[in-house]
Write a protein that binds this ligand. Structure first.
Ligand SMILES: [Zn+2]
Length: 56
């Protein structure tokens, strides 16, 4: 499993995501980013998420 903590990229955000792989995490993060941070996923955001993925 992979895990990502949004607060590692967006200070103050407490959302955490877990998924089987990078694609599952990115799908959840894309939805959260749009709904709660009003941003669309772009290559820079994908790189930021990948840089903070943890194994769980
Ligand atoms: Zn967030």
């Amino acid at each position: 499993m992979k895990a990502f903590r949004c607060g590692d990229v967006v200070p103050g955000c407490t959302r955490e995501f877990t998924g089987a792989d990078r694609a599952e995490i990115l799908a959840q993060v894309a939805e959260h980013a749009r709904a709660d941070h009003h941003v669309e996923v772009d290559p820079a955001l994908v790189r930021a998420v990948e840089a903070h993925l943890r194994d769980r």
